[in-house]
Design a protein around this ligand. Structure first.
Ligand code: MEV
Length: 404
């Protein structure tokens, strides 16, 4: 930090703020990444009212955006009336890819690889006896022949049950271990050996029914269905629709120390799997006139390894959530994603999101304009009343109130 201070002229006070790593002791931070100078903390809130597969959860969510925790809690309350969220999963199967180039007979190489499947899987499983003893490990071998701009490539894929781990380490180790055997079998050259974040064998499927009265009547139900149809037809809307889902998923993921880049990559590549970018949820009106939402997406999360284990605040969040397996965590996250999407679409299709959003946003602006203590709410309510939620107005109000 001293070097950074010297190089950038960062004032002492700001350096001290940065050095405060919140719930993460400095020595642990130092072991997690390189060149550590401090930490940055997001607020963690608890979303309430979640019932998932019949069990109640307090859901920790960490993010910077106002309204999200309140919206999730409110949506979960509405879902409770009809039993909450039902979520199923496909099990924790991840894919490890090996890229082979310069193969003279790609189809022949594919057959040879498949012919030696047992040997290849054994080599992979020898890398992780612990995972295998727990029922996980490399279970299947697929082989693809790809036509690429650099000619044909043969791509053997290990399908690995990663149990309670997100699995990147286990899968990458296995992919690297089988590479020499793959070269020998195919006669080609191996370059990449890496997990795929398009985790389409590790899916969660969440469903919830929202009572039409709770949603706000028939027009509100129709509004949500029309909102879905808009996202289904247009990638510009769909990106924002899916962003709303990820508001929920990623906030829980951050709180619980998950690899959020992997989750985002998985979600959006899955959304585009048909060649057209599509919503991760669907919404329809049932025979009762109630609103039925479904979410289907990859959810590669883990409880062993990574920040979920090393970050003390993440460990505490997982304790609050009370999940015992990675799959249970994935299921709760799916429920939160569906709840968040419902809340956003309902608000957008009815009063719009700005009213609720701006009230909270106004408080942030008041604080950044220098308001403290009781003044924060005074400045914020005045701006909302005047419909002038702007930094310059907040500054004026802070000055006025400071004088009086
Ligand atoms: C804002 O963070 C998320 C929304 O834009 C999602 C949506 O438009 O569906 C409200």
């Amino acid at each position: 930090m001293n070097i950074v201070k010297k190089l950038t002229g960062l004032p002492d006070e700001e350096a001290r703020l940065l050095a405060n790593t919140g719930g993460l002791p400095g020595d642990i931070a130092d072991r997690m990444i390189e060149n550590v100078v401090g930490g940055i903390t997001f607020p963690m809130g608890i979303a309430v009212n979640f019932k998932v597969n019949g069990k109640d959860y307090l859901v920790p969510m960490a993010l910077e955006e106002p309204s999200v925790v309140a919206a999730a809690s409110n949506a979960a309350k509405m879902a409770r009336a009809k039993g909450g969220f039902n979520v199923t999963n496909t099990g924790p199967l991840m894919i490890g890819q090996v890229q082979v180039v310069d193969v003279k007979d790609p189809q022949g190489a594919k057959s040879k690889l498949l012919g030696r499947k047992a040997e290849i899987l054994k080599k992979a499983n020898d890398q992780d006896p612990m995972l295998v003893s727990l029922g996980g490990g490399a279970k299947e071998l697929n082989v693809k022949v790809l036509a690429t701009i650099k000619g044909p490539m043969v791509v053997p894929e290990l399908i690995v049950n990663t149990g309670d781990a997100m699995g990147a380490n286990a899968v990458n180790t296995m992919a690297e271990a089988v590479a020499p055997m793959v070269e020998e079998i195919t006669g080609g050259r191996v370059f990449l050996r890496i997990i795929s974040n398009l985790a389409d064998r590790r899916l969660v499927k969440a469903t919830a029914v929202f009572d039409k009265e709770a949603v706000g009547g028939e027009a509100a139900v129709d509004g949500v269905v029309y909102a879905y149809a808009f996202a289904d037809a247009d990638p510009y809307r769909c990106a924002t629709h899916n962003k709303g889902i990820m508001n929920g998923v990623i906030a829980v993921a951050i709180a619980c120390g998950q690899d959020i880049r992997a989750l985002e990559a998985g979600a959006h590549s899955y959304a585009a799997r048909s060649g057209k970018y599509k919503p991760l949820t669907t919404w329809e009106k049932d025979a009762n006139g109630d609103l039925v939402g479904r979410l289907e997406m990859p959810m590669a999360v883990g409880l062993v390894g990574g920040a979920a284990k090393t970050h003390p605040a993440a460990r505490a969040a997982i304790k609050i959530l009370g999940v015992k397996t990675a799959t249970e965590l994935a299921e709760v996250m799916a429920a939160v994603g569906l709840a968040q999407n419902f809340a956003a679409l309902r608000a957008l299709a009815t009063e719009g999101i700005q009213r609720g959003h701006m009230k909270l946003h106004a408080r942030n602006i008041a604080v950044s304009a220098g308001a403290e203590g009781k003044m924060v709410d005074l400045v914020a309510s005045k701006m909302v009343e005047e419909k002038k939620i702007r930094f310059d107005r907040a500054k004026e109000l802070v000055e006025e109130l400071s004088k009086s």
